[in-house]
Design a protein around this ligand. Sequence first.
Ligand code: GLU
Length: 481
Amino acid sequence: MKTITTRFAPSPTGYIHIGNVRSAIYPYLLARQNNGRMILRIEDTDRERYVEGATELIEDTLKWLGLDWDEGPIVGGKNGPYFQSERLDIYHTWVKKLIKEGRAYADSTPPDKIDEYRQQCNKQKVPFLYRNFRPKNLDFEFKEGVPIRFLSNPKERKWTDAVMGEMTAGPEVQDDIILIKKDGYPTYNFAHIVDDALMGVTHVMRGVEYLSSTPNYLALYEAFGLEVPVLVSLPHILAPTGNKKLGKRDGAKSVTEYRDDGILAEAMLNYLACLGWNDGTEQEIYTKTELIERFSLDKIQTSGARYDETKLLWMNGQWIRRIFDKDGARALYDRTIGFWPEVAEKQTEEYRLKVLSIIYDRLKTLGDLRGMTEYFFKDPEIDLEMLKNNKFLKKMSEAELEDLLKTAIRTLDDIKDWNPDNLQEVLNQLLTETNKKPAELFSLIRIAISFAPFSPALNLTLDVLGKDTSLARLNAVARSI
Ligand code: GLU
C-alpha cells in the first residue's frame, strides 16, 4: 500500500483567501488520519502574479492554524525543491520526453495570430480550440523562448472524482494546452502533473474550479503513462448571499486579518473544516484531533458551502469559553496579549485576569476586549444623557435618581468584606429597601460605574473594580446630576 500523500500547492500571490486555506486543511486531515505525508509546494510559476513575502504569509498562516507539513519549504525533504521556480530543469526534461514521443511541439505562432483565431471563433459562435488551428508542420524540437504545446488526442474520457462522483467528458473540452510558456516557466496545468507524480502524491485535493480542466490532465497522465491519483474536488465557497463564489469584495478577510481581530486558530480551523464537510452528526465544535479522526472524503459536500461570518464569530465565542472552562483562565489570558485596550497596561496582570474571568463568556473575538473593558482600567467620562435616556431610568426625575444613588452609596459603603456574595446580598437588600425593580436600580449603578452599553453581572463588576473605585465613581455621578 502506498503511503497516503497529499499536498497543499498555493500560489504566492499575496492575499490568502479563505478557500485557499480550506484547500490546505482537508489534505492535512487526510494525511494525518492515515499516518501519511503532507507536502507544501509553492506554485510560483506565474511571475506576473508573484508577490514578495507571500510565501512567508502562507507559512505563517499554516503554522498559526497548527497545520504542519512533512515536506516543503523550511522543513525540506527528499522530493525537493518545493518551489516550482526552482524546478525548471525538471519540467524541461519531462517536456522533452513528450516532444521526443511526438506528443508535444514548439509553437511559434505569434500571439496576435492566436487572438485572430479566437476572434474568428467568437464571431462564428463556436468554442475556440487551438488544436483546430495547430500549425501544419509541427516542430518537434525544444526551443528556448518558444511555447511548448501538448499534442492532444481528444476522446471521451471517464473518471471518478472522490467528491463529485462518476464524470465523463467529450473531446470538445480537450485541447493543445501550453505546457511551457515562452519565458521557460511551466503552466500550472503541466507543472502540477509532473510534481504530483515525482512527489508521490496519492490524493490531489483542490477547488472544484479545476474539474473542467481534468480531461486535459487525464490526457497528460496518459501520455506519460502515469497512474492517475485520487482526484478530490472541493466545493466552492459561496458569498454570504446569492450564488456567487466568495470574493475579496464580500467582506471575507484573509486568515491573518481574522487572527489579528482575535479569532482563535482553533475556531478558524474548526469553522473552515466544516465549510463543506460534516460528519453527519449535529456536532459543530471539533478539536483538531477530532477532525483528524472523523474526516472522510465521502462526507465532503458537492454543493457550494455558504460563507457565514456570524457563524464564525459564534464558533469563536464557543472556543473562547471552551479554553477558559477546560484549560483555565490563565490559558485564555495568554491568548489575549495584544488585545487589551492601551490603558490596561497600567494595571497588574492579576487584575487583567480578574477582568477576563468575568467577561470572557461575552466575547466573540479577543479584539472585543478593547471596546468592552476600558472602564475597568480608567474612570469613564460621565455621560448624564446616557443615564437619563436609559429605558429603565427615563421615567425618574433627576432628584429621584440622585436620591437613589445616594442610598446605594450609603449601603454599599457599609460593606466590610467587599466580595461578590456580600455584594449580591446587599444589592438584593437595596431592592427591597428602595422598592425598585432590578432593571431600574441595577441599571443606574451599572451605568454610573461604567458608562458602557454593557457590563458583566453587577456584583462581579463591582467586586473587580473594588470598593474605593466603585464608590468614587458613584459619588462623582451623584454630585454631577
Ligand atoms: N496553485 C494552485 C492554486 O493556488 C493550486 C491548485 C492545486 O492545488 O493543484 O490554485
